[in-house]
Write a protein that binds this ligand. Structure first.
Ligand code: SF4
Length: 232
């Protein structure tokens, strides 16, 4: 995709949703880190239900350590992998207290040294809590980048590196939110809603693979980035 098309694509996504952000609920960088840790293989909606009571009981690293692994489990047992996630979350809280004075570090290496924190989680925290123009490539971004031709790659890291070069600088800060929302609500994994897609004329996904009308789509209602519903 050439530079003019890439710019036009992000202008349209911005017009649909001028201030995109994560659908995870949080009030502090620690709570964002905790929510992202809990969100692996779970929906944002499910994580939000769990964290509403968890963050009331333990809003800070010190309180999370005090609550302990069993206490955390009581709040998050509705989400997948909750045993491992509870242990990682409490250990992460301990390490934040030991190494960083109870603060979340704005540093990739320090973040990735925490249990359960990989490159994608670090990218989300660096972008959303600290305003760094990182690209957290999840399953939605991976699919949208490959289909549209914005940044093709065989691995999330390849796609991340290509997108960081391909996205015009003025859109980089918000690009990962726009692409996630586009993948979650429009360019869905099964039968993308191409007939109502605002970037269809820019997209390089073969016409033969696109859905052409609403009748070809799954039965749930049309949702777009400007009318988001969590269907992850
Ligand atoms: S046209 Fe279809 S494949 Fe291309 S971005 Fe839109 S929904 Fe995705």
């Amino acid at each position: 995709m050439n530079a003019a098309k890439r710019r036009e694509l992000f202008q349209r996504l911005r017009a649909d949703n001028p201030s995109p952000t994560t659908e995870l609920e949080y009030e502090t960088p620690f709570q964002l880190l905790a929510a992202v840790l809990l969100s692996a293989q779970s929906t944002d909606k499910g994580v939000n239900i769990a964290t509403r009571t968890l963050f009331k009981a333990a809003p800070t690293p010190a309180a999370m350590v005090f609550l302990g692994v069993d206490g955390v489990k009581e709040h998050i047992q509705t989400i997948g992998l909750f045993n491992t996630k509870a242990a990682n979350l409490v250990r992460t809280a301990e390490l934040l207290l030991q190494r960083h004075g109870g603060e979340v570090p704005a540093d990739r290496a320090a973040l990735e040294a925490l249990p359960g924190v990989g490159r994608k989680t670090a990218n989300v925290v660096l972008n959303t809590a600290f305003g760094e123009p990182t690209m957290a490539v999840d399953t939605h971004i991976f699919r949208v980048a490959n289909r549209t031709g914005l940044g093709r790659g065989k691995t999330p890291l390849q796609v991340e590196q290509r997108l960081l070069k391909a996205v015009p600088a003025e859109f980089l800060q918000d690009a990962h939110h726009w692409l996630i929302l586009h993948g979650r609500y429009t360019c869905t994994a099964r039968r993308p809603r191409c007939w109502g897609c605002s970037i269809a004329d820019l997209c390089e996904y073969p016409l033969s693979k696109r859905t052409q009308c609403a009748e070809q789509a799954p039965p749930n209602p049309v949702v777009t980035a400007s009318n988001p519903r969590n269907t992850k």
